[in-house]
Design a protein around this ligand. Structure first.
Ligand code: C5P
Length: 220
């Protein structure tokens, strides 16, 4: 039988949310379940790739044959991703927090009897995907995700150019079906001179279809 499609390739995938600590007991997070990234890791391993999965906090089992590195914050995810390079393919499926508290309070913040409000100052996190895309060493394909509530194609194509990606997988979120937390997802993939629509299906099935496209783009 022929060698599997991704045999001999190292695939690095980020998945899940990041948690940005405010104090020892609270954090800023998001609703990513990690299911899409984990399904992609499983699919890549099935296609014969050597897979490293850098994962934010999720409640999922490590897929068979996948090396998993657990992280919590965007800063830790950046460290782990850069440390796991070089790779042939990078898939940024994590919902990395765009902002993190300027400082982590060393002790639990207490309610202030004199004030009904609390201001937590947030600062931008590093864009891991954009940084990886500048590391040309060995990288053959850099894939990003775009979860958008509106103007999906406009923002997806914008990311393709701005972050210098080879492929953007876009999906509409906030409409009740698919996306965050769901077992199902629909997506449209965009690359410089093409696009492909993936109708709603399970994330497991979609991951297999996306990996087939990734293998195809690799040859293009
Ligand atoms: O710009 P936006 O956050 O919408 O882009 C989403 C894509 O960028 C995803 O692939 C996500 O994993 C990646 N990203 C990242 N680091 C960030 C923010 C997003 O790698 N700080």
């Amino acid at each position: 039988s022929p060698a599997p499609e991704l045999a001999g390739l190292r695939v690095l995938i980020s998945a899940g949310p990041t948690y940005e600590d405010i104090d020892p007991v609270r954090y800023v997070g998001n609703r990513s379940s990690g299911k899409m990234g984990y399904a992609l890791a499983a699919a890549a391993a099935r296609l014969g790739a050597s897979v490293v999965l850098v994962s934010g906090p999720v409640h999922l089992a490590t897929p068979a044959g996948v090396e998993r590195i657990d992280v919590r914050s965007a800063a830790q995810m950046r460290q782990a991703v850069l440390g796991a390079l070089p790779a042939d393919i990078y898939i940024g499926a994590a919902a990395v927090s765009d902002y993190t508290p300027r400082q982590v309070a060393p002790q639990k913040l207490k309610k202030n009897a004199d004030s009904q409000s609390l201001v937590v100052e947030l600062v931008r996190t590093p864009d891991i995907l954009a940084e990886v895309a500048t590391q040309t060493q060995a990288l053959k394909l850099v894939v990003g995700f775009a979860a958008e509530t509106h103007d999906v194609e406009k923002y997806a194509r914008g990311k393709l150019v701005d972050k210098r990606l080879d492929l953007v997988i876009a999906n509409q979120v906030g409409q009740g079906t698919g996306g965050f937390e769901s077992d199902d997802n629909a997506a449209t993939a965009y690359w410089q001179d093409g696009e492909q629509v993936f109708p709603a299906t399970s994330k497991i099935e979609l991951a297999g279809q996306l990996l087939a496209l990734i293998a195809q783009r690799l040859k293009a």
